[in-house]
Design a protein around this ligand. Structure first.
Ligand SMILES: CC/C=C\C/C=C\C/C=C\C/C=C\C/C=C\C/C=C\CCC(=O)SCCNC(=O)CCNC(=O)[C@H](O)C(C)(C)COP(=O)(O)OP(=O)(O)OC[C@H]1O[C@@H](n2cnc3c(N)ncnc32)[C@H](O)[C@@H]1OP(=O)(O)O
Ligand SMILES: CCCCCCCC/C=C\CCCCCCCC(=O)OC[C@@H](O)COP(=O)(O)O
Length: 377
């Protein structure tokens, strides 16, 4: 057991995992590209194929979390709602505090069978991230520049396109718009004060436009909002590098199913509804801080084997050829070729490190800091 723990911290293992992710990801991106001619002929088939291809990429990160790091995911929700998860379209409203909340979200998607079709309102910058950003293009992910005047039309159009989506999907909204930092929290609470809204302790003030427009445009297609509040045990702040090193975390997710019909249609009422929801979420976080758990019964959805099987498949397909290639290179005796290969590997490692950097809060955007300063000027 101890040996396995040490093995998981070894650079060579990380290089192999990243190599498999990158190469399989690029192969899948190319396969997704091949589905382009199918879109005008049979759009629904093209979408279904892309869901399966997307699954093959996203589930590798799920496998890393579930099987490599052994992270546990506990769900607090009522059994009646539980029965509907994965069997309807839903809008998921989730707090945005953690570097791996996207992986945790994906893990719950996997457990309820909606991983390939899961959607998010994501910042535009993520569409340029190799593998994941490119995959998202084919999964009809909705991107925003976080500048409402520029986003309005594209976001509405992308949401409308989902009206005839052929698979059940969860549409994720981080209404805070950016990850929690002390600085962003302080500024957003100044905004709350100016607007006469109650202060939040654990959340940034939610941005309401994206939520209202999503509810408006997915009405009739989506049946519920899943109000989801995530936390990690022992005040842990998990990181992707921690997961890669095999560190085990314990995620707790509290989900309340709210029928979409109960959400006001009028925009200002809808915005007020969301502000109230975040005040409730804040209370749930306070409850967690005080008691170490969320309210409600625990129902643990089991991890499924598919993510692991998919990962092992790619490991088997890709590790042998790279070993043969490296051996042939070493045996070739050409210093130039060996140096070039070494430099190439270094460049690729730097690229993967940059991708991991996209998940790091320290390297996050100035959104929620800059705009207020500009508004104040
Ligand atoms: C059973 C299991 C259940 C659940 C399982 C959990 C999850 C699984 C589900 C799905 C998984 C799917 C995918 C997961 C994979 C990957 C996800 C990864 C990450 C991507 C996430 C992101 O990229 S987050 C960033 C992008 N997204 C968003 O920003 C969304 C939220 N934002 C909005 O909705 C915005 O409204 C907007 C982006 C549409 C537009 O933003 P903009 O800033 O231009 O305009 P706004 O009008 O909203 O803002 C101006 C108003 O805000 C006030 N203001 C100013 N400064 C601040 C401040 N600092 N804080 C708060 N408010 C501020 C300002 O005064 C304006 O007020 P008005 O009154 O005039 O509106
Ligand atoms: C199988 C294991 C492979 C290991 C190698 C992994 C390489 C990295 C993979 C993917 C990196 C890109 C993931 C993108 C998802 C990040 C989501 C996110 O949290 O974005 C932040 C955004 O909401 C708000 O940004 P800011 O807080 O405003 O800034």
């Amino acid at each position: 057991m101890g040996l396995l723990k040490v093995l998981k911290t070894q650079l060579l293992c990380h290089l192999i995992i990243c190599y498999v992710f990158l190469v399989s990801g690029i192969i899948i991106n190319l396969l997704q590209l091949c589905t382009l001619p199918l879109w005008p002929i049979n759009k629904q088939l093209a979408r279904k194929i892309n869901c399966r291809l997307g699954y093959s990429i996203a589930s590798q990160l799920v496998a890393l979390l579930e099987w490599w790091s052994g992270t546990e995911c506990t769900l607090y929700t009522d059994p009646e709602s539980f029965r509907l998860y994965g069997k309807e379209n839903a809008i998921v409203v989730l707090n945005h505090n953690f570097e791996i909340d996207f992986m945790t979200g994906w893990t719950f998607c996997e457990r309820f069978g909606v991983l390939g079709s899961s959607k998010v309102l994501a910042k535009k910058e993520l569409s340029f991230v190799p593998v994941i950003g490119w995959m998202w293009y084919f999964l009809e992910i909705v991107f925003c520049k976080r500048k409402w005047e520029e986003d309005r039309n594209t976001v509405v159009q992308s949401l409308r396109n989902l009206q005839d989506y052929p698979e059940f999907f969860w549409f994720l909204l981080h209404c805070e718009g950016t990850r929690f930092t002390e600085k962003k929290h302080k500024i957003s609470m100044e905004v709350a004060e100016k607007k006469g809204l109650p202060k939040l302790k654990y959340h940034l003030l939610p941005r309401t436009k994206g939520f209202c427009v999503t509810v408006q445009n997915l009405r009739g297609k989506v049946t519920a909002v899943y109000d989801s509040t995530l936390n990690f045990r022992n005040n842990e702040m998990p990181t992707l590098l921690g997961v890669l090193n095999g560190k085990k975390y314990h995620a707790d997710l509290y989900v309340r199913r709210i029928p979409l019909d109960s959400i006001p249609e009028d925009e200002s009422e809808c915005a007020a509804w969301l502000h109230k929801l975040y005040q409730e979420k804040d209370e749930f976080q306070e409850h967690y801080r005080q008691t170490g758990r969320f309210p409600g019964p625990i129902t643990n959805p089991p991890r499924r084997l598919w993510a692991l099987v998919n990962w092992l498949f790619w490991v088997c397909v890709l590790v042998y050829p790279i070993c043969v290639l490296l051996l042939q290179l070493l045996l070739s005796g050409s210093t130039f070729t060996i140096v070039c290969t070494f430099v190439f590997c270094l460049a690729v490692s730097a690229g993967v490190r940059w991708m991991i950097g996209q998940t790091e809060i320290d390297k996050g955007s100035n959104y929620g800091v800059k705009d207020v300063q500009m508004n104040n000027n």
